[in-house]
Write a protein that binds this ligand. Sequence first.
Ligand code: MRU
Length: 375
Amino acid sequence: MNIAGKPYRTIWAEGTGVCIIDQRALPHAFVIERLTRWEEAATAIRDMRVRGAGLIGATAGWGMALAARQAAASGDPGLLTTAAAGLNATRPTAVNLAWATRRVLAACLELRDPGERAARAEQEARRIADEDADMCRRIGEHGLPLIERIHAANPGRPVRILTHCNAGWLAFVDYGSATAPIYAAHDRGIPLEVWVDETRPRNQGASLTAWELGNHGVPHTVIVDNAGGHLMQNGQVDLVITGADRVTRCGDAANKIGTYLKALAASDNHLPFYVALPSSTFDWNMRDGLREIPIEQRDASEVHSISGWDGSRVTTVRLTPEHSPAANYGFDVTPARLIRGLITERGVCPASEEGVLSLFPEHATTTDRCRPQSP
Ligand code: MRU
């Protein structure tokens, strides 16, 4: 994606290190940080300098490549498995993280020579990042007809799409998942209006999605998290597209806290609710999202306070009474029954095991099937 006319990805190799955009500074400042050790990659994920399922995976992949280089320099062959465990422990919900560390480990552990291992680890990290960008581009191609159909039925007005949190290019290596069909439609001249949920407590919608869409010239409006239902009831939303951090093989989708409520409101208003994801976000070992997907609980301080630009600097102010406790659940699970379809790099499918396996038959098993879902 372009920033001030210059093309960027969210992570890229530079010399013996890897560069990232520190997302904590956006939209007020564009800060690039260089990582040279796997521990720095782990910190970047833990502190949410980088975030979003795809980018967490790509950063973990590069973290493993940095670890392989550190192992070659120090002669410590155990460093790679230490790094994998350290990276995997940074955040629990996005499955792309462990998927990426596993992939790099599998690619290089069979090699004995530390230099060859390091070269292979770097090659795999590059592949993970390139594939992520390519999968998101194809999600855009497959999601585009959904928007084209709505436009064809309503040619005189913009297609109104609601999205939650940031499943944009900042959450991946490029394009984004939920935003990929939006960018594809905008680039083809389809008029759009995107409702951007602010997404408390970290406000990834207000600060990141709005910034991204604005940079690309996509018309959008930031709304408070509780406004979506009202807009749906009043005919102001045609389509909801969100991303996901982990999707079970039966189609249950974990995404940023509040997504489930949007899916319920969409269902009540007979509106299509789609989840866009690359296949790296499927957890092929899980069936029941509500019971099995680990939900991150973050520090209460994110609920107690809010940060923003006061005209000259970022400042943080307290919202809650001094002695009120706060709980901070990072994600929720939207059951498959509320999801009209999954938009993947191989096409759009129903959110069901049959639907998912129709696109990814290589993951078929002969064991348990998914339980029917009741409201
Ligand atoms: O906590 P974050 O910002 O890493 O959460 C991830 C998200 O941004 C959303 O849940 C997103 O929709 C899925 S990531 C593609």
